[in-house]
Design a protein around this ligand. Structure first.
Ligand SMILES: *Cc1c(COP(=O)(O)O)cnc(C)c1O
Length: 386
């Protein structure tokens, strides 16, 4: 390991972000304020949605979304087992139950056929949470059609999907509510943070209230011309889910670079795909309604053709590490984690596609600051190992 180690993920922070944070610090307004407002309005414009609401994580946003559409104890919410635990844990926050539906073996997104069977079989399903895995949009036509037929809401986990296109339209314009993540490794990063997008003004107002302690300052019922600045009323047991202006300061400039970041990730993905054609590796499949530039390329996940190899996935990761390259695995399916497995008495083979996908999956480094030399280093290492 003579050269520098290439990390699996790195945020791409420039002078613009740094200067904006300094400006925020000097302004004296550190919590939610003018920069959050600006970030929300620019985010809504970018997506083409009517409203955006900043929160301190995607997890918080998903929780608010489920609560707002009325998810209650013992309701069921369908989602993918091939995701991060946040997608499903928010269902448990409300005492409801996730119903896992296996993934499509090519896209690793919710399998629409299995989804339909599940909706036919299960009573009391109130919502579906599609996860746009790696940044490839789910089959939203079918999902929305099924949602109408079975009268369930659609809350999109778009943590990977900034920007993702489906039929040429940006994700964020399909389901009832869509939630993004600005966690440090995500396509647009503020360290921690999230954004909720919806065209439904009532949902947005409910979530705005619950985002900050259930407090409202828009009080007209007192028959005074102006509510005094110190006055507020508590309408519900809300949460502490607001984003700070310090984070929003970073987010404003990250968002401005979102297309440029995406362009670079798409270039790297194309280089990988081309370089691996003759190797015992499955490169990411692209759904025809997505295509190469509609994929956000938050992750580049390869599948090792283990039957053609003399080593397993874990050994591959070790060999990559020894070659000075960080990789990761997305995801360890939820149904094999102790909590979910025990709670619902799940067996690894209950979701065979998710399990097999996991056993062969390796996520390669893909981020805007990677140089061509670094991309080549990854390619060379893989060719050598193979
Ligand atoms: C990262 C991630 C989340 C959680 O995002 P936070 O902003 O960290 O709460 C949710 N779902 C998926 C699929 C993720 O990858």
């Amino acid at each position: 390991m003579s050269e520098q180690f290439l990390p699996f993920a790195l945020p791409c922070i420039g002078e613009e972000e740094i200067n904006e944070v300094v400006d925020t610090l000097r302004s004296g307004w550190l919590t939610s304020g003018p920069k959050v407002k600006r970030f929300e309005s620019e985010f809504a414009d970018y997506i083409g949605a009517s409203h955006a609401l900043a929160v301190n994580s995607c997890t918080a946003g998903l929780h608010l979304a489920l609560e707002t559409i009325g998810i209650q104890a013992n309701d069921k919410v369908i989602t993918s087992p091939y995701t991060f635990t946040a997608t499903a844990e928010v269902i448990r926050y409300l005492g409801a139950h996730p119903i896992f539906v296996d993934i499509d073996p090519k896209t690793f997104n919710l399998d629409p056929n299995q989804l339909e069977l599940c909706l036919k079989r299960e009573k009391n399903v109130k919502a579906i949470i599609p996860v746009h895995f790696a940044g490839q949009a789910c089959e939203m036509d079918t999902i929305l059609q099924l949602a109408r037929t079975y009268q369930v809401k659609v809350i999109e986990d778009a943590a990977h999907a900034l920007p993702s296109l489906y039929n040429g339209r940006k994700v964020g314009n399909f389901g009832d509510i869509t939630v993004y993540s600005f966690y440090v490794t995500k396509p647009v990063a503020t360290g921690e943070g999230g954004m909720i997008v919806s065209d439904n003004a009532d949902y947005i107002e409910k979530m705005r209230l619950m985002r900050l302690h259930g407090i409202t300052r828009d009080i007209f019922k007192h028959n005074v011309a102006h509510t005094p600045s110190w006055y507020y009323e508590v309408m519900a047991a809300g949460y502490k889910y607001n984003l700070s202006d310090i984070m929003a300061a970073i987010g404003i400039h990250q968002l401005a670079k979102a297309d440029q970041f995406h362009q670079r990730r798409a270039e790297i993905a194309a280089q990988y795909t081309q370089a691996f054609v003759d190797l015992p590796i499955n490169t990411p499949y692209l759904h025809p309604q997505v295509n190469h530039f509609g994929h956000a390329w938050h992750l580049y996940v390869i599948q090792l053709q283990l039957e053609k190899l003399s080593f397993d996935r874990d050994s591959f990761i070790t060999q990559m590490h020894d070659a000075g390259i960080g990789t990761s695995v997305h995801f360890i399916p939820l149904h094999i984690h102790p909590y979910w497995q025990t709670l619902y008495d799940l067996k690894p083979e209950d979701f065979p596609i998710a399990l097999a996908t996991y056993q062969r999956a390796v996520s390669l480094p893909i981020y805007p600051s990677m140089t061509d030399a670094e991309v080549k280093k990854v390619i060379t290492a893989i060719r050598t190992i193979m």
